[in-house]
Design a protein around this ligand. Structure first.
Ligand SMILES: [Zn+2]
Length: 126
């Protein structure tokens, strides 16, 4: 898919915009700057990034127990499936190298966030 970053059109090979739509209503405000970082991470990690959750409407975010300031609401958060310690390591190290500064570690997924209105350089568990 094509994205626009700093007035340049860039082709990112490993994602499709539809992967990031809200699962209840197809709302999709995923940010191109964030997609660029995700692609950098994906290229380094060389493992599939299965998007469990991307953009969320207010209603769906509430249903998921997301915070009012959730990265998912602004199109700057994703949950990526990660089922093994090795995959978790690959995704987290590649995300850090791509400049992602908000990371949540769950048993079955990793949250990556790029909303600069939220705290930076944080890593939490669920
Ligand atoms: Zn929705």
């Amino acid at each position: 898919m094509k994205i626009n970053v700093d007035n340049a059109t860039i082709e990112i090979p490993n994602f499709d915009r539809d992967e990031f739509k809200c699962s209840c209503c197809n709302f999709n405000n995923i940010k191109d700057n964030f997609l660029w970082k995700l692609q950098l991470a994906r290229t380094e990690a060389q493992t599939v990034f299965r998007i469990n959750s991307g953009s969320r409407c207010e209603k769906h975010n509430k249903e998921e127990g997301g915070k009012k300031t959730s990265d998912h609401l602004t199109g700057e958060g994703v949950d990526i499936e990660a089922l093994t310690s090795a995959i978790r390591w690959k995704i987290v190290t590649a995300a850090l190298n791509a400049g992602i500064r908000r990371i949540g570690i769950a048993k079955t997924f990793i949250h990556l966030g790029d909303n600069w209105n939220n705290p930076q350089n944080v890593m939490w568990v669920y």
